[in-house]
Design a protein around this ligand. Structure first.
Ligand code: CP
Ligand code: NVA
Length: 335
């Protein structure tokens, strides 16, 4: 019989709210089992291999993927752009045909989003987008899990872990998230996932750095269905008004290094500080998130290392959410 075509994770725009909820529930269950019970790691992927094909650097996504694969019993094979014939001596098409013939899944970090789409079109095994210039789906899964954990009080060291006991459809809708920064892959991924889950999203980006119009369109349509408000502005104070969470990222994404000087100038006034949150009228209990790696220009140390900052649990959650995504696609073959 013909092999069923594989299911890929290229962006959360392709998933329903229910499918995203399922991934979050599964992430919380895995996290609880691994950290708060004596259960041995399940090994459903024993003897399987996942290629981790990365054209750009990575700390979190790579460590999350390799450690999640070990937990599931699979081998993670890291293939950096210096190591394999990726887009240099061999086309991406030929590479994907060859690699997918020998492994059971591919985690791919690429420059243009069309590269990961090409991989998915020709691969016989599931592809997970580990970051492209347009989207970063596994980051948003971690961010949503972190918001859910924060809402269920699962992040304080003294509290019991209870995130797996509450459904995210009870905790996420109505949250107010503010973005102050570049209209980049992280904001794009927030726009295609948060309004769909009923999360209000206000984003301040300087002129010339606004998110992709097709992505804004998706956000507005999702928001109409769920009641989530979507606001785009160039004024940081406007975006943080009534925010429960303020989020940012680097002003210079990988591949934009030559634009650094111009970008630092164009983002003047966009640094996240306690004063910005006060001036804009964020909620008194506002939290801070950042996908990392972080530079001080976009958020000062006072906020970054404060009690408001969720950045380190957010980074750890890359592991539990990538684990859930691999479990869905490689073990069950569906979301
Ligand atoms: N947040 C994130 O994707 O980090 P890395 O680039 O270190 O993987
Ligand atoms: N926007 C950043 C995210 C890094 C995880 C980049 O693309 O470099």
């Amino acid at each position: 019989a013909a092999r069923p075509s594989p299911v890929h994770l290229l962006t959360l725009a392709d998933l329903t709210a229910g499918q995203i909820h399922e991934l979050l529930v599964s992430s919380a269950q895995h996290k609880r089992d691994a950290k708060h019970t004596d259960k041995p790691p399940p090994q459903p992927l024993r003897g399987k291999t996942m290629a981790i094909m990365f054209s750009k650097r990575s700390t979190r996504t790579r460590v999350a993927t390799e450690s999640a694969l070990a937990y599931l019993g699979a081998h993670g094979m890291f293939l950096g752009s210096q190591d394999i014939q990726l887009g240099v001596n061999e086309s991406l098409l030929d590479t994907s045909i060859v690699v997918s013939s020998m492994v059971d899944g591919i985690m791919a970090r690429v420059y243009g989003h069309e590269d990961v789409e090409t991989l998915a079109r020709h691969s016989t095994v599931p592809i997970i987008n580990a970051l492209s210039a347009k989207y970063h789906p596994t980051q948003l899964l971690a961010d949503l899990l972190t918001l859910h954990e924060s809402a269920t009080n699962s992040l304080t060291p003294t509290s019991d872990y209870s995130a797996h006991k509450t459904h995210p459809s009870k905790t996420l809708p109505g949250l107010r998230v503010a973005w102050v920064g570049d209209g980049n892959n992280i904001l794009n991924e927030m726009l295609v996932s948060m309004p769909k889950l009923g999360v209000h999203l206000a984003a301040a980006c300087p002129n010339g750095y606004t998110p992709d119009p097709d992505v804004v369109q998706i956000a507005k349509e999702d928001g109409k269905r769920t009641g989530a408000e979507v606001l785009l502005t160039t004024v940081p104070e406007e975006a943080v008004k009534s925010a429960d969470v303020i989020v940012t990222d680097t002003w210079v994404s990988m591949g934009q290094e030559t634009e650094k000087q111009r970008r630092l100038k164009d983002f003047a006034g966009y640094q996240i500080t306690m004063d910005l949150a006060r001036r804009g009228g964020a909620n008194s209990g506002w939290k801070f998130m950042h996908c990392l790696p972080r530079k001080p220009e976009e958020v000062d140390d006072e906020v970054f290392y404060s009690d408001r900052s969720l950045v380190f649990p957010e980074a750890e959650n890359r592991k539990w959410t990538i684990l859930a995504a691999i479990d869905a696609l490689l073990v069950r073959g569906r979301f």
